[in-house]
Design a protein around this ligand. Structure first.
Ligand SMILES: NC(=O)c1ccc[n+]([C@@H]2O[C@H](COP(=O)([O-])OP(=O)(O)OC[C@H]3O[C@@H](n4cnc5c(N)ncnc54)[C@H](O)[C@@H]3O)[C@@H](O)[C@H]2O)c1
Length: 255
């Protein structure tokens, strides 16, 4: 599917990997609906693209917010072709701590955002994609964002890894399910990327993380590596039902 002239929704689009995808897709001629919790950053980013972007405040765990995102895309741009299902939280915590077992709310919160919010968003986006005319045999593309933690989660990542592994797990059945609707579903599992999530860490920690990547030994670049890959997935009609690691061959150690 060509990006030019299409309508893309990017969740978590106000920061990091999502922001890079917004910029890439907008520069390639897409109309972009930026959805995020962060109103200020989202509005600032949307303003750079004039009539070709809007910001819609959305908590992906709130079904009404999610419906409002697809509704805004339909009202403003008349269609949804691309979903970059990227909003996510990186939580941590051991199974048992000094004062007791892990707080169940933390596990539930992580799964609610990273898995249930992502499913709600993709189902509602797919409903709108199904209304599109086919272009070269397809109507839409869903790109989920998992993590290498889906495969090699570290100590403290039980909730995060479980939520991302579930995103990996639903990729094939969703691709099979939506095949009759001519909608593809592909998941990216990023390694360690240089986003605000990472920039909060001290320089020496980031450097040490970069050194753990076999080749190239550095953090990934949100624009030229993640967002460029998102664009490629949109453009390559034969990519479907698969999770692709984008990680410089890193395999995370236990800690
Ligand atoms: N940066 C990395 O190294 C890395 C690695 C693997 C996977 N990921 C995944 O990539 C995605 C983006 O990560 P990032 O590094 O750009 O993080 P980030 O924190 O820079 O951006 C995440 C964005 O999601 C938004 N968000 C959080 N909860 C939300 C909610 N409930 N509803 C709507 N928006 C919400 C935040 O406001 C933020 O703007 C996440 O799903 C993350 O798990 C990141």
């Amino acid at each position: 599917m060509n990006v030019n002239g299409k309508v893309a929704i990017v969740t978590g689009g106000a920061s990091g990997l999502g922001e890079a995808a917004v910029v890439r897709l907008a520069n390639a001629g897409a109309k972009v609906v930026i959805s995020d919790l962060n109103e200020e950053a989202g509005n600032q980013l949307a303003a750079k693209y004039g009539d070709n972007a809007i910001f819609v405040k959305c908590d992906v765990t709130n079904p009404d917010d999610v419906s409002a995102v697809t509704q805004a895309a339909m009202d403003k741009f008349g269609a949804v072709h691309i979903l970059v299902n990227n909003a996510g939280v990186a939580t941590g915590g051991r199974v048992i701590g000094k004062s007791g077992p892990a707080k169940l709310e933390n596990f539930q919160f992580t799964v609610n955002v990273n898995l249930i919010g992502a499913f709600d968003m993709l189902a509602k986006a797919a409903w709108e994609m199904d209304k599109n005319e086919e272009e070269n045999g397809e109507k839409g593309v869903i790109i989920n964002v998992a993590s290498v933690a889906a495969f090699d989660g570290q100590i403290g990542q039980a909730a995060y890894s479980a939520s991302k592994a579930a995103v990996v797990g639903m990729t094939l059945p969703i691709a099979r399910d939506l095949g009759r609707n001519k909608i593809r579903c592909v998941t990216v599992a990023p390694g360690i990327f240089n986003t605000p999530m990472m920039q909060q860490m001290p320089e020496n920690v980031r450097e040490s993380l970069g050194q753990q990547v076999p080749m190239p030994s550095r953090l990934g670049d949100p624009d030229s590596e993640f967002a460029a890959f998102v664009q490629h997935i949109v453009e390559n009609s034969y990519l479907n039902g698969e999770t692709i690691r984008l990680d410089g061959a890193i395999r995370m150690a236990a800690k």
